[in-house]
Design a protein. Sequence first.
Length: 93
Amino acid sequence: MKYILLGLIKMYWSLKPKNKLPKCIFRKSCSHFVYEVTKSKGFFGGLKALVYRFKNCRYGFELLKKPITDNVIMILPNGDEISEDKIAKWLLK
């Protein structure tokens, strides 16, 4: 099962148009994140990561700048806080 999920992700990478700009709100794309988790934690770990990213990598997030530290954080739809180093660069511009 693990290798089926990894194969599907690789197929997605090969079929995805190279000139299409990424829309992922995370610095590490959802497919790369799920691929790494699946490789290290197996099928169910990858499936859990896929569901998490699918539910949170969409509209409904908020970007906030902390006034004291000047750091930017992202609040996901489920309430999780994401640090600036994990936020997509195109969102920080």
